[in-house]
Unconditional design. Structure first.
Length: 484
């Protein structure tokens, strides 16, 4: 379900672009609405098996969109990724930002197999220990090659990951086409790669596209719920129907946020939860609470989760920016309430959330105990409690971040906090900056190298809260030369 509305600048239209996003453990629906061509419309992506208005989105970076696909259909992955740019009419695949690996037989020969978090059943037969490349072609962050594996002539599919390659699948043309259909690879790119190596391949026939995503449950058609609403308030809804594809919806929740205070630091929220009773909605609970944040935050969104083991769904409340506060509403214990988070002797209704865990690792939440430490929470006896001692965010020294950007860029100062890093330095004789985000104890470039004079727009371009970015700016610019 699409629950979040954002503003972006992806098409260079005189009017702003709008993005609609949803939430989920293994897919994030994403739609771009633009006024290109003089009328408002959904902008299609050349994604998976063809043009579609709806993709599985990972991130937006500047004018680029990163899409993903989950081959296993579960939150544990593995996931593959592809980048998109606006071509003037549609979003088309493009080269990933940052340094590119060499398109050579030697570089592809060294590529490891894709093995994050365990293998999906559909890909496991096609991942083999070795593959020697003969003919190959590269385009838009992907490569296809013929070669030899265990004495047999086979085909291999490669994906750019950072500044290297990952070997996603090896097998017959039929087998690799199945794997390609499960990857975040546009069919047009796959067929284009096959031509220069003289390989005939079938069209991917199990592509991860909207036609095979889990169908959204249908909301009951003529069931009304009465809700008080103050003009200027934010508004977000979600529903739950148990297993995907089992309509109609059984649960419906609405979060209404009062108009923000002048400083934008206080969020007064009221959550109303309804349960389907025949052909009407029966209100189950009204929960109100206030959130005070370190700086202005966007309006809250609401989504379903399974964190407490309650028979009824849990509901997460959080703004779209990251890091962000997060609260959990649950019926655990037989009554609806905001589940407290315990840290030592202190209890809080919210945490500074980093990530939501998956069923593969157990129902967990990751949060920032402070700017430099990530801790894990798990539900236990009516509250979320910390497990273990936590994990520091990775080193963000200039030399570490230098390796993630094109050659010719040298950072001189850097700082990081709450999973975000800011670095300033030189590109030839020009002062530049770049922004990075932490994911799985690794830094990833979340923007492109940009003139230092444009640093003021970094928060809006990268969805980093100003309360996080401003201290990083002060640290990296202290004693730095002025922008040129």
């Amino acid at each position: 379900m699409l629950t979040g509305l954002g503003v972006a600048s992806l098409t260079q239209s005189p009017a702003p672009d709008f993005t609609l996003t949803g939430s989920g453990a293994d897919w994030v629906p994403f739609v771009v609405i633009s006024r290109t061509g003089g009328k408002w419309h959904e902008v299609p992506f050349d994604y998976a098996s063809g043009l579609t208005d709806l993709i599985d989105e990972r991130t937006v970076s500047g004018r680029l969109v990163e899409a993903e696909a989950n081959a296993s259909g579960g939150a544990a992955g593995p996931e593959t990724y592809a980048w998109y740019r606006f071509s003037g009419r549609i979003f088309v695949p493009t080269v990933p930002p940052g340094p590119a690996p060499a398109c050579s037989a030697a570089a592809l020969d060294r590529a490891p197999s894709l093995r994050p978090y365990g293998l999906p059943i559909s890909l496991e037969p096609y991942l083999v220990p070795s593959f020697v490349v003969s003919r190959f072609a590269c385009a838009d962050g992907w490569a296809l090659a013929t070669g030899v594996s265990h004495g047999e002539t086979d085909l291999a599919l490669f994906e750019q990951q950072g500044d290297g390659w990952s070997r996603d699948a090896v097998g017959s043309p039929q087998e690799v086409s199945i794997a390609a259909g499960e990857a975040a690879l546009a069919e047009s790119v796959y067929l284009r790669l096959a031509r220069p190596i003289g390989q005939r391949v079938p069209r991917p026939h199990e592509g991860f596209s909207p036609s095979v995503w889990p169908a959204e449950p249908r909301a009951p058609g003529r069931m009304a719920a009465s809700l008080p609403f103050t003009p200027g308030s934010s508004f977000a809804t979600t529903y739950d129907s148990g297993a995907y594809g089992s309509p109609p919806a059984r649960w419906f929740a609405v979060a209404v946020g009062a108009p923000p205070s002048a400083a934008g630091r206080s969020s007064a929220l009221v959550v109303r939860i309804f349960h389907r009773s025949g052909t009407t909605w029966a209100k189950q609970a009204t929960i109100g609470f206030a959130v005070t944040t370190p700086g202005p935050e966007g309006p809250a969104t609401i989504s379903t989760a399974a964190l407490t083991g309650s028979p009824a769904p849990d509901f997460e409340l959080t703004p779209q920016s990251s890091p962000r506060w997060l609260a959990v509403i649950s019926d655990a214990g037989g009554h609806w309430h905001a589940v407290p988070f315990r840290s030592g002797r202190e209890l809080s209704q919210t945490i500074d959330a980093s990530d939501l865990g998956s069923a593969y690792f157990g129902p967990t939440l990751e949060a920032f105990a402070n700017a430099d430490l990530i801790v894990t929470y798990r539900f236990d006896h009516g509250e979320f409690v910390r497990t273990g001692h936590g994990q520091p965010i990775p080193d963000c020294a200039p030399g570490v971040l230098d390796r993630l950007v094109p050659r010719g860029v040298q950072f001189t100062r850097s700082a990081c906090a709450y999973g975000e890093a800011l670095a300033v330095g030189w590109q030839r004789r020009r002062r530049v900056f770049d922004v990075f985000s932490e994911d799985g104890q690794r830094w990833y470039e979340s923007d492109i190298v940009t003139p230092l004079s444009e640093l003021g727009s970094a928060s809006a371009d990268n969805l980093i809260p100003q309360w996080v970015l401003a201290p990083l700016e002060r640290r990296v610019l202290s004693g730095a030369a002025p922008a040129t």
